[in-house]
Design a protein around this ligand. Sequence first.
Ligand code: MG
Length: 172
Amino acid sequence: MDSRHYRKGRMDNPTNYTIAINKLRERGVEVEDIAKITHELQTKYIKDLTLEVCIEHVTRVILKREVQHAIFVAIDLDVLAEKKMLSEPLQSIVESDLGLFGVDEILALSVVNVYGSIGMTNFGYVDKLKPGIIGHLDNEGKSEGRVNTFLDDIVGAIAASASSSVAHNYLG
Ligand code: MG
Protein backbone atom coordinates (compact mmCIF):
# COMPACT_ATOMS: atom_id res chain seq x y z
CA MET A 1 0.00 0.00 0.00
CA ASP A 2 1.16 3.52 -0.81
CA SER A 3 2.48 4.88 2.49
CA ARG A 4 1.05 8.32 1.75
CA HIS A 5 -2.44 6.88 1.51
CA TYR A 6 -1.91 4.84 4.61
CA ARG A 7 -0.92 7.95 6.52
CA LYS A 8 -3.86 9.95 5.15
CA GLY A 9 -6.18 7.12 6.12
CA ARG A 10 -4.83 7.17 9.64
CA MET A 11 -4.95 10.95 9.97
CA ASP A 12 -8.43 11.67 8.60
CA ASN A 13 -11.56 10.08 9.94
CA PRO A 14 -14.76 11.16 8.17
CA THR A 15 -17.05 9.20 10.52
CA ASN A 16 -15.55 10.76 13.62
CA TYR A 17 -15.63 14.06 11.74
CA THR A 18 -19.43 13.85 11.56
CA ILE A 19 -19.63 12.91 15.24
CA ALA A 20 -17.34 15.83 16.15
CA ILE A 21 -19.46 18.28 14.11
CA ASN A 22 -22.65 17.01 15.75
CA LYS A 23 -21.16 17.24 19.24
CA LEU A 24 -20.03 20.82 18.57
CA ARG A 25 -23.51 21.67 17.25
CA GLU A 26 -25.14 20.19 20.38
CA ARG A 27 -22.97 22.58 22.39
CA GLY A 28 -24.05 25.53 20.25
CA VAL A 29 -21.06 25.76 17.93
CA GLU A 30 -21.39 25.68 14.12
CA VAL A 31 -18.47 25.34 11.70
CA GLU A 32 -19.46 28.75 10.34
CA ASP A 33 -19.06 30.35 13.80
CA ILE A 34 -15.47 29.09 13.93
CA ALA A 35 -14.84 30.13 10.31
CA LYS A 36 -15.93 33.70 11.12
CA ILE A 37 -13.08 33.95 13.65
CA THR A 38 -10.62 32.50 11.13
CA HIS A 39 -11.84 35.09 8.63
CA GLU A 40 -11.37 37.89 11.14
CA LEU A 41 -7.83 36.68 11.86
CA GLN A 42 -6.72 36.46 8.23
CA THR A 43 -8.71 39.11 6.37
CA LYS A 44 -6.16 41.79 7.26
CA TYR A 45 -3.47 39.82 5.39
CA ILE A 46 -5.57 38.35 2.57
CA LYS A 47 -7.95 41.01 1.27
CA ASP A 48 -10.16 38.84 -0.94
CA LEU A 49 -10.54 36.04 1.60
CA THR A 50 -14.12 34.74 1.69
CA LEU A 51 -15.99 33.06 4.52
CA GLU A 52 -16.47 30.02 2.26
CA VAL A 53 -12.70 29.49 2.04
CA CYS A 54 -12.47 29.76 5.84
CA ILE A 55 -15.25 27.18 6.25
CA GLU A 56 -13.27 24.85 3.98
CA HIS A 57 -10.13 25.22 6.13
CA VAL A 58 -12.02 24.77 9.42
CA THR A 59 -13.44 21.55 7.93
CA ARG A 60 -9.93 20.47 6.96
CA VAL A 61 -8.75 21.02 10.56
CA ILE A 62 -11.66 19.05 12.06
CA LEU A 63 -10.94 16.16 9.66
CA LYS A 64 -7.69 15.56 11.53
CA ARG A 65 -7.84 12.70 13.96
CA GLU A 66 -5.96 14.44 16.78
CA VAL A 67 -8.32 17.41 16.51
CA GLN A 68 -11.38 15.12 16.70
CA HIS A 69 -9.92 13.46 19.80
CA ALA A 70 -9.34 16.82 21.48
CA ILE A 71 -12.97 17.81 20.69
CA PHE A 72 -14.28 14.57 22.25
CA VAL A 73 -12.22 14.99 25.43
CA ALA A 74 -13.11 18.68 25.78
CA ILE A 75 -16.85 18.28 25.30
CA ASP A 76 -17.15 15.20 27.51
CA LEU A 77 -15.30 16.87 30.37
CA ASP A 78 -17.55 19.96 30.13
CA VAL A 79 -20.71 17.83 29.99
CA LEU A 80 -19.57 15.59 32.88
CA ALA A 81 -18.83 18.71 34.92
CA GLU A 82 -22.33 20.03 34.16
CA LYS A 83 -23.76 16.73 35.40
CA LYS A 84 -21.48 16.93 38.47
CA MET A 85 -20.02 13.57 37.58
CA LEU A 86 -16.32 14.39 37.97
CA SER A 87 -14.57 13.62 41.23
CA GLU A 88 -13.20 16.30 43.52
CA PRO A 89 -11.18 18.40 43.30
CA LEU A 90 -11.50 18.29 39.50
CA GLN A 91 -15.30 18.79 39.60
CA SER A 92 -15.00 22.15 41.38
CA ILE A 93 -12.04 23.26 39.30
CA VAL A 94 -13.69 22.57 35.91
CA GLU A 95 -17.11 23.78 37.05
CA SER A 96 -15.77 27.15 38.21
CA ASP A 97 -13.36 27.52 35.23
CA LEU A 98 -10.62 28.32 37.72
CA GLY A 99 -8.13 30.78 36.25
CA LEU A 100 -5.10 28.86 37.44
CA PHE A 101 -6.28 25.68 35.75
CA GLY A 102 -4.32 25.38 32.52
CA VAL A 103 -5.18 21.90 31.26
CA ASP A 104 -7.94 23.30 29.01
CA GLU A 105 -5.35 25.42 27.23
CA ILE A 106 -2.83 22.58 27.08
CA LEU A 107 -5.43 20.35 25.41
CA ALA A 108 -6.16 23.16 22.93
CA LEU A 109 -2.45 23.52 22.22
CA SER A 110 -2.38 19.88 21.12
CA VAL A 111 -4.65 21.02 18.27
CA VAL A 112 -2.62 24.13 17.42
CA ASN A 113 0.65 22.16 17.53
CA VAL A 114 -0.30 20.43 14.30
CA TYR A 115 -0.20 23.80 12.52
CA GLY A 116 3.07 25.41 13.61
CA SER A 117 3.92 28.89 14.80
CA ILE A 118 1.19 30.95 13.04
CA GLY A 119 -1.39 28.77 14.74
CA MET A 120 0.31 29.34 18.09
CA THR A 121 0.38 33.14 17.69
CA ASN A 122 -3.26 33.26 16.60
CA PHE A 123 -4.31 31.04 19.50
CA GLY A 124 -2.77 33.50 21.97
CA TYR A 125 -4.64 36.29 20.21
CA VAL A 126 -8.09 34.68 20.31
CA ASP A 127 -7.54 33.50 23.89
CA LYS A 128 -7.02 37.14 24.90
CA LEU A 129 -9.69 38.87 22.78
CA LYS A 130 -12.34 36.10 22.78
CA PRO A 131 -13.98 37.13 19.49
CA GLY A 132 -17.42 35.93 18.33
CA ILE A 133 -18.53 32.49 19.48
CA ILE A 134 -15.59 32.23 21.94
CA GLY A 135 -16.82 35.27 23.88
CA HIS A 136 -20.33 33.82 23.77
CA LEU A 137 -19.12 30.46 25.16
CA ASP A 138 -17.09 32.22 27.81
CA ASN A 139 -20.12 34.22 28.99
CA GLU A 140 -22.46 31.25 28.79
CA GLY A 141 -19.99 29.23 30.89
CA LYS A 142 -20.37 31.81 33.66
CA SER A 143 -24.09 31.14 33.96
CA GLU A 144 -25.45 28.59 36.43
CA GLY A 145 -25.44 24.96 35.27
CA ARG A 146 -23.41 25.56 32.12
CA VAL A 147 -19.76 24.57 31.72
CA ASN A 148 -17.69 25.56 28.67
CA THR A 149 -14.29 25.43 30.36
CA PHE A 150 -12.69 23.18 27.72
CA LEU A 151 -14.84 24.05 24.72
CA ASP A 152 -13.94 27.75 24.42
CA ASP A 153 -10.23 26.87 24.17
CA ILE A 154 -10.80 24.09 21.64
CA VAL A 155 -12.90 26.38 19.44
CA GLY A 156 -10.18 29.05 19.65
CA ALA A 157 -7.56 26.45 18.73
CA ILE A 158 -9.55 25.26 15.70
CA ALA A 159 -10.06 28.84 14.49
CA ALA A 160 -6.35 29.58 14.98
CA SER A 161 -5.31 26.37 13.23
CA ALA A 162 -7.62 27.05 10.28
CA SER A 163 -6.16 30.53 10.14
CA SER A 164 -2.70 29.03 9.90
CA SER A 165 -3.91 26.61 7.23
CA VAL A 166 -5.33 29.55 5.22
CA ALA A 167 -2.08 31.50 5.59
CA HIS A 168 0.07 28.57 4.43
CA ASN A 169 -2.22 28.10 1.44
CA TYR A 170 -2.13 31.74 0.30
CA LEU A 171 1.26 32.97 1.43
CA GLY A 172 3.37 29.80 1.42
MG1 MG B 1 -11.11 27.58 29.08
